[in-house]
Design a protein around this ligand. Structure first.
Ligand code: HEC
Length: 142
């Protein structure tokens, strides 16, 4: 790729552009990893569902990495500072702040409910994951 760019641009310019792109990618990945770690800890403590899009925090996490993270990276690599900053990094950081608050709220809510609720929540989740939930609703319609 660099050899293509070097047909028109100087090599130091090309190297510098690629280095800036890599820096941005790593900065975005670090924030996404931070969010992923928060979610994984919640999951380890049985504090959120394993299924995608079951609760608000999953949407926050998805928007953060899939929408804003991607926009920031594309914006950076494609010379679009407005996309890198205002449509990318800025909302990504705002979603990360929201995710931290949602995680703290889940922990508080759960602490108030006590350990029994967590166990019930987990067994209900396993029930749904094994497909028994739909057969349950079918039998009630019969
Ligand atoms: C066929 C020649 C050509 C090739 C190949 C080329 N560029 Fe360019 N590039 C230009 C020209 C001409 C401009 C200036 C366009 C303008 O200012 O309107 C430019 C502008 C840029 C700018 C904006 C510079 C600034 O200060 O605004 C960047 C960054 C850039 N190119 C990166 C790359 C990269 C990375 C590649 C390889 C993937 C590449 N270019 C391949 C000709 C080329």
């Amino acid at each position: 790729m660099k050899s293509v760019c070097s047909q028109c641009h100087s090599r130091p310019f090309v190297d510098d552009e690629f280095a800036k792109g890599d820096d941005l990618t790593q900065a975005v990945n670090a924030k996404v990893t931070e969010a992923k770690d928060i979610l994984e800890k919640l999951l380890n403590d049985d504090l959120h569902h394993t299924q995608a899009f079951r609760c608000p925090i999953k949407y926050t996490a998805f928007d953060l990495w899939h929408h804003y993270g991607r926009t920031a990276k594309f914006g950076g690599w494609m010379q679009g500072p407005d996309y890198a900053q205002w449509h990318g990094i800025y909302p990504l950081m705002s979603e990360l702040a929201k995710l931290k608050e949602e995680a703290a709220r889940l922990r508080e809510k759960n602490a108030a409910r006590g350990p029994d609720h967590r166990r019930r929540n987990r067994s209900r989740e396993e029930h749904i994951m094994s497909g028994n939930a739909s057969s349950g609703s079918q039998s009630s319609a019969d």
